[in-house]
Design a binder for this molecule. Structure first.
Ligand code: ATR
Length: 490
């Protein structure tokens, strides 16, 4: 499968296929770091537009055919695909495989489902080319100025790709926000869970905002100032920072707070849903991410919500902070702590899913490395991630982040009591807090000595002879419920 161009030796250290926003920004990032970058787009106008607008920023080699593009690459050729996920990605992969030679490397930088990446890696490997599925986080700005990059694929490709990816990635304390995650689909799996964690992080921030607005009765500008203050402490993160910005914004058309003119129906592109589906398959309770995905779905169930407004649903007796005798400042601080605790649970669960996936697929992912490369470039970048890295450095086999001495100390040191108060108060005020509340239940379940699962086992044995184990002896048992209720052992 050697193309006529394969004998030629190009000068571009890297190539990017797909000149939509993410692809062109990534190409410009490579060029700005001194690399010669080959660029190609199915419709050549986009390639020409990049050259016209940004050609002066570095060394670009524009190509109008895939063969020309491949021929302009230095060996081993390295091409990053930044096209629409799904069929478009498959189409470009087969074109590249056709035009490339053995040893060349195809990198998919889109948001592919990791099982597609596993399949593609297998198919491409059979042709002697290499395939790397790389999660890239940070949106358009990240792609241009320094994303967090999560490459999977064969370890050998990292030797070639590592320096290139390090050069364009975000840096924190001088460390690049990229590392080889593991074989085949590991990079895209981790990117998927990263996005799931992002859903939960955004939802807990949303719940905190909602409580301050409709519980504490604060205006968006005042809440913006509170988020800015929170951004100075444990919650210091990109998402808290942009929350303060969004809440500060005033709508130019109406003069109203910008937040009040946005339809409250959250969209989703699918990575949160994938994270939850995979968590279900792996049997990992990522309740925070699950509730966050469902909260977006409920917000978008407009017909039901409108009917509920029209027909009305009884609220029961509701109260106010004043009636409850709760000091507003104390409530604001409690909400901060509840947000911190719920966020901690969501991250702990996300890392549980990554560990479970790593075990299931044999990836050998080092969770501490992930927290390190998420400190910069990506949407969930936060100071807090340093603590997660340290936790996994202290104990790489940590059974749950919640059991790390630092986080355990934080929980004991005022977080839990505040968290319980907030969930109780939210319930009394009639304000929804799906992730705050479910995370607290998860936490109480995790620390419980006994769970009602014993009763579920009893019920399962009763109606379906599903058997149970006993606390006081080895073996599997069944009680003859419909007969003499004698216990049988197996
Ligand atoms: P964005 O959301 O940033 O616009 P996207 O929809 O994920 O990006 O991907 C768009 C890119 O995928 C474009 O570069 C598009 O090429 P065209 O400009 O020619 O439309 C590319 N793309 C989509 N389908 C493709 C296919 N079958 N083969 C090659 N490239 C394709």
């Amino acid at each position: 499968m050697t193309s006529p161009q394969s004998a030629t030796q190009g000068t571009a250290q890297i190539g990017v296929v797909g000149m939509a926003v993410m692809g062109s920004n990534l190409a410009r990032n490579f060029a700005s770091k001194g690399h010669t970058v080959a660029i190609y787009n199915r419709s050549p106008e986009k390639t020409r537009a990049v050259i016209q607008e940004h050609g002066h920023e570095g060394n670009f080699v524009p190509a109008e055919t895939i063969e020309e593009f491949v021929a302009s690459l230095e060996r081993p050729r390295k091409a990053v695909i930044m096209v629409q996920a799904g069929a478009a990605t498959d189409a470009v992969i087969s074109q590249l495989v056709e035009a490339m030679d053995e040893g060349d490397i195809i990198i998919d930088g889109g948001n592919a489902l990791f099982t597609d990446t596993i399949r593609r890696e297998h198919e491409v490997a059979q042709t002697g080319r290499h395939f790397v599925g790389a999660g890239i986080s940070g949106g358009e700005e990240g792609a241009l100025h320094g994303p967090s990059i999560m490459p999977g694929g064969p370890a050998a490709t990292w030797e070639t790709l590592g320096p290139l990816l390090e050069s364009i990635s975000a840096k924190v304390d001088g460390e690049p926000c990229v590392t080889h995650i593991g074989p085949d689909g590991a990079g895209h799996f981790v990117k998927m869970v990263h996005n799931g964690i992002e859903y939960a992080d955004m939802q807990v921030i949303g719940e905190a905002y909602h409580l301050l607005r409709y519980g504490a009765g604060l205006e968006p500008a005042a809440i913006s100032a509170i988020f800015s203050e929170w951004n100075e402490g444990d919650l210091d993160s990109y998402l808290i920072e942009i929350t303060a910005e969004v809440l500060r914004q005033v709508d130019a058309r109406t003069g109203k707070p910008f937040i009040d003119v946005i339809v409250d129906a959250a969209g989703q592109k699918g990575t949160g849903r994938w994270t939850v589906k995979e968590a279900l398959d792996l049997g990992v309770p990522t309740t925070g991410i699950g509730e966050a995905v469902f909260a977006r779905a409920l917000s978008s169930a407009l017909a039901q919500r409108e009917a509920a407004q029209r027909i009305g649903l009884p609220s029961g007796d509701l109260t106010t902070l004043a009636e409850l005798g709760i000091d507003r400042e104390q409530f604001v601080e409690d909400v901060r702590r509840a947000l911190y605790a719920s966020k901690l649970v969501a991250y702990a669960q996300g890392f549980d899913e990554i560990n479970a996936g790593s075990q299931e697929y044999g990836w050998g992912i080092k969770p501490g490395d992930l927290a390190r490369i998420w400190r910069g470039g990506c949407i969930i970048r936060a100071k807090f991630l340093n603590r997660i890295t340290e936790a996994y450095e202290r104990d790489p086999e940590l059974p749950s982040l919640l059991l790390d001495p630092y986080f355990k100390g934080e929980l004991a040191n005022g977080l839990i009591d505040a968290w319980r108060r907030v969930v109780i108060t939210a319930t009394q005020l009639g304000l929804p807090v799906p992730v705050f509340a479910s995370s607290l239940s998860y936490y109480d379940s995790l620390r419980a000595e006994r769970l009602p699962a014993a009763l579920i086992q009893g019920q399962r044995d009763f109606f379906g002879a599903h058997t149970y184990r006993r606390v006081d002896m080895e073996g599997t048992f069944h009680t003859a419920w419909s007969g003499d209720r004698e216990e049988l052992s197996y």
